[in-house]
Design a protein around this ligand. Structure first.
Ligand code: ATP
Ligand code: MG
Length: 140
């Protein structure tokens, strides 16, 4: 099967605890390759745009505040079946429900401060990659 791409964010709870390397290692051990990466401080506008689908959810404002509370690392990951592979190694949204060995089970603090984001479909992966990266910033 050909390699595909997905989009990942190492969230502020993880960068704050110096876990950028620990998260990336788990992604790499799951068979994903980091083909683009940058550490940024998301603006409120960026976070609101990125999480626009959740605008009506009760946790939206807290989520935007959290995602802008510290640096994040945005990444493009490449591998076979990258979207699903990344979702599998991330684990369930709520770390309490995540399987042992997943990033969220091993590292996350709470349902909000859950250490990583990963695209949920190939279509959203393309949209999310375009939101943060220029084509020349991705080197496979
Ligand atoms: P992500 O989109 O970040 O990869 P996800 O797809 O597992 O996570 P979503 O349902 O898309 O989960 O929710 C987006 C993010 O919003 C979650 O990762 C989490 O940080 C936050 N979130 C989701 N549900 C809740 C909740 N009930 N309370 C607080 N925060 C929540
Ligand atoms: Mg999601």
């Amino acid at each position: 099967m050909a390699a595909t791409r997905t989009f990942s964010i190492i969230k502020p709870d993880a960068t704050r605890r110096n876990l950028t390397g620990a998260v990336t290692r788990m992604l790499e051990e799951a068979g994903l390759r980091v083909v683009a990466s940058k550490r940024i401080l998301m603006s409120r506008e960026q976070a609101e745009g990125f999480y626009g689908v959740h605008r009506e959810r009760p946790f939206f404002n807290d989520l935007v505040t959290f995602m802008t509370s510290g640096p994040v690392v945005v990444q493009v990951l490449e591998g076979e079946n990258a979207v699903q592979r990344n979702r599998d190694v991330m684990g369930a949204t709520n770390p309490e429900n995540a399987e042992p060995g997943t990033i969220r089970k091993e590292l996350a603090e709470s349902i909000e401060a859950n250490s990583v984001h990963g695209s949920d479909s190939e279509e959203n992966a393309r949209i999310e990659i375009d939101f943060f990266f220029k084509p020349e910033e991705i080197v496979g």
